[in-house]
Ligand binder design. Structure first.
Ligand SMILES: [Zn+2]
Length: 132
């Protein structure tokens, strides 16, 4: 069970919230100009991050306000909670600034975890992964 600190109400039980999917997905400027594939990617294609992930939550039984959360998808640790519209905070340990699209692994891994790669279970982290 997660204890989520709503920016308006304070710490509340996870059952008061609803998950809203990946954060920082911008609505296309000109949706009519998109191909069917680009539109489908906007609607349905989301990262499946193992590690720190930016996601949206709504305090549905409280203030009903949306906010963003940086959460580790492995340990469930909540790193940061911030308002909608704010950029993703740079948490400690994320020194890589590359624009890698593949975010598998994420910055939450231990420093030595990315060096091996052959024996991992399909989650070999790219050397520079950020996940904006
Ligand atoms: Zn609230």
């Amino acid at each position: 069970m997660l204890l989520i600190s709503c920016p308006n109400c304070g710490p509340r039980d996870e059952t008061e919230f609803h998950y809203g999917g990946q954060a920082h997905i911008a609505y296309p400027e000109n949706p009519n100009d998109l191909t069917d594939r680009e539109w489908a990617e906007y609607l349905f294609y989301r990262e499946n991050t193992k590690g720190t992930f930016a996601e949206r939550w709504v305090h549905s039984t409280g203030c009903r306000q949306w906010f963003n959360m940086l959460r580790d998808t492995v340990s469930y640790d909540i790193h940061s909670i911030y308002a909608m519209g704010q950029p993703r905070p740079d948490i400690t340990g994320t020194s890589t600034t590359g624009t890698g699209a593949g975010v598998a692994g994420g910055p939450g891994l231990a420093p030595g975890a990315a060096t091996t790669g052959s024996a991992t279970t399909g989650a070999a982290a790219p050397t520079s992964s950020e996940g904006v």
